[in-house]
Design a protein around this ligand. Sequence first.
Ligand SMILES: Cc1cc2nc3c(=O)[nH]c(=O)nc-3n(C[C@H](O)[C@H](O)[C@H](O)COP(=O)(O)OP(=O)(O)OC[C@H]3O[C@@H](n4cnc5c(N)ncnc54)[C@H](O)[C@@H]3O)c2cc1C
Length: 414
Amino acid sequence: MQASQVFWQLTPDPAPAPVAAEGPLPAATAVAVVGGGLTGLSAALTLAERAVPVLVLESGALADGASGRNGGQVLTGFNVGIRDLVRHLGPDTARELWRQSVAAVDRVAEWVERYRIPCDFVRHGNLQLADSPATLDDFAAEREALAAAGVPAELLDREETSRRLGSRFYVGALYDPLAGGINPYRFALGLAAAAQAAGAVLRAHTPVTAVEGRGPFVLHTPAGRVRAETVLLAANAFAGALDPFLARRIRRLEASIMATAPMPEALAARVLPGRETAFDNTARLRYFQRTADGRLVFGGRVHDAARRAAARQLSRALADVFPEARTLGAAYLWSGPIALSRDGLPHLGRTPSGLYYAAGYSGHGVALATWLGAQAAQWILAGTADWPPWTALAFPVWTADERRSAPALVAERP
Ligand SMILES: Cc1cc2nc3c(=O)[nH]c(=O)nc-3n(C[C@H](O)[C@H](O)[C@H](O)COP(=O)(O)OP(=O)(O)OC[C@H]3O[C@@H](n4cnc5c(N)ncnc54)[C@H](O)[C@@H]3O)c2cc1C
């Protein structure tokens, strides 16, 4: 097992040229973006393409937060099913949100192509796996609600599921043909390079320690201060450290994930030959995809665990589905920060002190962070008071009791 190495960051080898993100801080900018993950980089790209001066301030290395450390599943929808959304937000808002989530995956595909980003993006769909007939019945109802919203999805029986998956562990699946898989780190770096080429200034290893003012703002960093007309907080799980409004609405959870050694030929011939991504809704919350070099990137409900324990728990969850994979082990093991909102939805809005934010993807943000970063940029450009439907959504507060208890990966329904 390699020491805390993120598989996505080490492949392909050799890596493309790094994006330059060093140098003196400009004294002023039109828009300062706090956070260099998918949200921040997508916003910076969108603003720079419209010739708006934009500065990204990232406390660590670019894309080394959740954006470079996730499962690489480019999913439609949210960490909440469409029926829940219809029930709580009404059919019009629910369908509009879902439409945007599909547009989010389209946007990823479009940018991969437009900027020629080498990130192994394949759009072969996602299998949402059912471990019981009752769950499959539930998926059937979800499929109908998706169809009513104009979203195609297919219910697969046990035979078809095991043929695609290479395992008889599940009783069926809900297949979403619009989803895909990606090396999320390479994708994020591709956005960074495109943003920089369009004129954005990127500064890594530059933490924002405080934001003062109500517009214009002054951002404090160890490298100096920057004055900005507008600020976008794109710090996701960490956004609460800079703003009390977000501190009460977003909880951070550290989740472990691994990449196995390459599968032996016989196993590789059977497991996900069509390269769909996959996840289940069981207590273990397994999610996995097959990589271009025949590994499985595999994550689950393993939080804040020591490395050895995390490797053991993930390997056990993997072996339930693919017993022969037990010996593959965790060739790479890492963790990343998940930003949980109480309703499981991401939120785009402005804090009482006037800071724009987009955050709270609740483990479902590769496509949505790319999308909401761009939406935030478009809202800033539009200069309007509201940005429907996002700003019409309530952003619920975690209660003090909930904040004290251990968070679950799937947040409560709205
Ligand atoms: C283990 C794991 C697996 C996941 N799997 C999937 C998946 O398969 N599919 C999916 O759709 N989603 C998945 N997600 C969620 C997805 O990765 C995130 O929703 C998405 O990357 C969020 O992007 P972001 O840019 O908002 O946040 P981040 O990528 O976390 O970026 C925020 C950045 O802000 C920086 N920052 C924080 N504070 C400051 C500060 N004060 N000053 C400057 N910079 C600061 C951080 O260093 C960080 O780089 C997963 C997440 C994890 C952790």
